[in-house]
Design a protein around this ligand. Structure first.
Ligand SMILES: [Zn+2]
Length: 627
């Protein structure tokens, strides 16, 4: 489908903002396929999500045309040209709706005839998706960022649509945008057909959220403050035979621990009947219970960690101990909750599948691309040693034949807010995952750094729905809609910095001060500076200038960050006070850019603490002591 009346849209010029809903002055109805649009129709017993979907359809069509549109309740399709929202109106529901798959409410259909538009999902969320798909692909809207300024709505004198029917189903069951919490972000994710983990009724009613828990969870199920005093045996035993009440794990072979956890998992699913999964992931510490019973599951295998973290070289693999526990819990939960999943990280000392214990299919391992990993390169790069080791881990998981989940670093917080441009690499990783039995994807990302990450999320969303999507076309479309006449230099900036980040031979993992040098080389800085300068010169209005600033701020931050570390390493060699002074000045400039938080979402003030404490404060102290 192409968008309606492209020529009119072009004649209207580049409209970054559209008239707000309350600016609808005319009482005229919308000219529609040679007649006039009579309304958006919902059934009288429409769900809250169907009503929300209908109101979104009306909102954007009114913005696009400046004309009025009513929402009408009717049990059957009324006469005249209408848009029908909800499954009720479909004469022939698509085959996908009755298929027994795991995609839940998400599949949907968009059907356009001369008289009518049918927008319907298998469930509520699919209906919301159908509306946004129609608005995006048939009307020409774009959702570029999570704010009122972030919508692109074309101005149309008339809506004329190509007739046809398309049935849509995602490639991944779970497509989770991590760290999205505010209304604007959750709404944006829904428009991109991404999921957000939430327990908030309001977000669920609008179709965007899925219910579940993720994250490190052992102490949530068996809190030390509640159990340790009377039952130290529930908790991790150290090599020296002592039980730990903090910064440790549970004793996963203790039968009472299994019963407590199983009871609480059952309670969670009873209290949250719509939940998809609950996390039973171990705590985020690199130890394990060393009691005699737990030691029985020690296979002698050693986890070969990433090259950057040598202190963990001898870490013992504990997958068998973990998976006998997961299996015992799953056995007690599965009979009453056969459709639910237990979510568990496959990470660090438990990244491998178990060897002598069955991998229970109720459990969904979330394989973290953390160690081994080279974030600069796609997973399927045959020449990359770290990612080759990661692929070997995936190969072993595939032998278990259970459904896999992937934990992605769409952003690495430990990279201290330096640019993380990986849109193309991400899309290639998503394709690899879709070919390797993965049904879920979680992105460690988050709010507050849209300038760097927006394009990653945009491409990620489209690839998770359809891994065969045309990434170059999506990028081109994104830059044109986001930056209008300044799209060419902004795309040039992105290509330069992404090319530098993902270049063959780079190793990017954790150590920002060292690793940013691979990206921000002098010739890359020169190319990016020129591109940003050209973009500002070509920006037609404040909306576009603001969007450029959103990208330019983190870039300027990164230049200060890099210059600060360069000066600091010179100081450590020369002991020349002027070098340290320069380091402090550059790092102060970097930190100020974060703290100002202008425009919002360029850089995260919250994450600035780390940079301020790790570098700036220490260096300032050293400077006051240096003579
Ligand atoms: Zn134990």
């Amino acid at each position: 489908m192409t968008f309606a009346l492209y020529s009119l849209f072009a004649l209207a010029g580049f409209a970054t903002t559209a008239p707000a809903e309350d600016a609808v002055a005319s009482n005229e109805t919308i000219p529609f396929n040679g007649g006039s649009l009579q309304g958006v129709v919902v059934p009288p017993d429409a769900s809250l999500a169907e009503r929300f979907a209908a109101s979104e359809c009306r909102r954007y069509l009114q913005q696009a045309t400046g004309a009025k549109l009513e929402i009408v309740e009717a049990a059957k399709p009324p006469q005249g040209k209408t848009i029908l929202v909800g499954r009720r109106f479909l004469a022939t529901p698509p085959a996908a709706f009755s298929r027994n798959d795991r995609f839940g409410p998400d599949p949907y259909v968009v059907e356009i005839t001369d008289e009518r538009v049918y927008l319907a999902g298998r469930g509520d969320r699919g209906t919301v998706y159908a509306v946004y798909d129609f608005l995006e692909n048939d009307v020409g809207c774009r959702w570029l960022q999570p704010s009122d300024d972030g919508d692109f709505v074309p101005r149309l004198a008339e809506i004329r649509l190509k007739t046809g029917r398309r049935e849509e189903s995602p490639a991944f069951v779970f497509r989770i945008a991590g760290g999205f919490r505010t209304e604007a972000y959750v709404d944006w994710a829904t428009k991109q057909r991404l999921h957000v983990i939430t327990q908030e009724a309001e977000f669920l009613e609008r179709g965007g959220g899925i219910v579940g828990t993720m994250g490190h969870a052992f102490y949530q199920f068996v809190p030390p403050e509640e159990y340790f005093k009377d039952h130290p045996e529930y908790f991790e035993m150290t090599d020296k035979g002592q039980r730990k009440s903090e910064r440790g794990q549970l004793c996963t072979t203790n039968p009472e621990v299994v019963e407590i956890v199983a009871r609480k998992v059952r309670e969670y699913f009873s209290e949250h009947p719509t939940a998809s999964f609950v996390s039973l992931s171990p705590n985020d510490y690199w130890t394990w219970c060393r009691c005699p019973n737990c030691r029985k599951y020690d296979t002698g295998e050693v986890f070969l960690k990433a090259t950057t973290r040598d202190k963990f070289a001898e870490l013992r693999v504990v997958s068998d101990g973990l998976w006998q526990f997961l299996d015992a819990v799953a056995e007690r939960v599965e009979p009453d909750f056969p459709d639910k999943k237990i979510y568990c990280f496959a990470y660090n000392q438990y990244i491998y599948p178990p060897r002598n214990v069955a991998a229970n299919p109720m459990v969904m391992p979330s394989i973290c691309h953390m160690s081994p990993a080279n974030y600069a390169r796609p997973i399927d790069d045959p020449d990359d040693a770290e990612n080759t080791r990661f692929r070997e881990i995936v190969r072993r998981w595939r032998e278990t034949d259970i459904e896999l989940f992937y934990y992605a670093y769409t952003w690495k917080t430990m990279w201290e807010q330096n640019p993380w441009p990986i849109a193309r690499r991400l899309a290639r990783d998503v394709r690899y995952l879709s070919e390797n039995h993965f049904i879920g994807f979680y992105s460690q990302g988050g709010e507050g750094a849209w300038g760097q990450l927006g394009v990653n999320f945009y491409v990620m969303a489209k690839a998770l729905w359809n891994p065969d999507c045309d990434v170059e076309a999506i990028l081109d479309d994104y830059f044109r809609h986001t930056f209008g006449p300044a799209h060419e230099p902004m795309k040039r900036y992105f290509d330069a910095i992404e090319g530098a980040f993902t270049a063959k031979g780079n190793f990017i993992h954790h150590v920002a001060p060292v690793e940013t040098r691979q990206v921000l080389r002098p010739e890359v800085i020169a190319a990016c500076d020129a591109a940003i300068r050209d973009a500002y010169a070509q920006a037609p209005d404040d909306v576009v200038r603001n969007r450029i600033e959103l990208v330019d701020r983190p870039y300027r931050y990164a230049k200060h960050f890099r210059a600060a570390h360069d000066a600091h390493s010179e100081w450590s060699q020369t002991a020349n006070r002027a070098d340290l002074q320069r380091a402090v000045a550059e790092m102060s400039a970097a930190v100020s850019l974060c703290e100002e938080n202008v425009p919002p979402d360029a850089l995260s003030p919250r994450l600035t603490t780390r940079v301020r404490d790790r570098y700036l404060k220490k260096w300032q102290r050293a400077l006051s002591e240096a003579r």
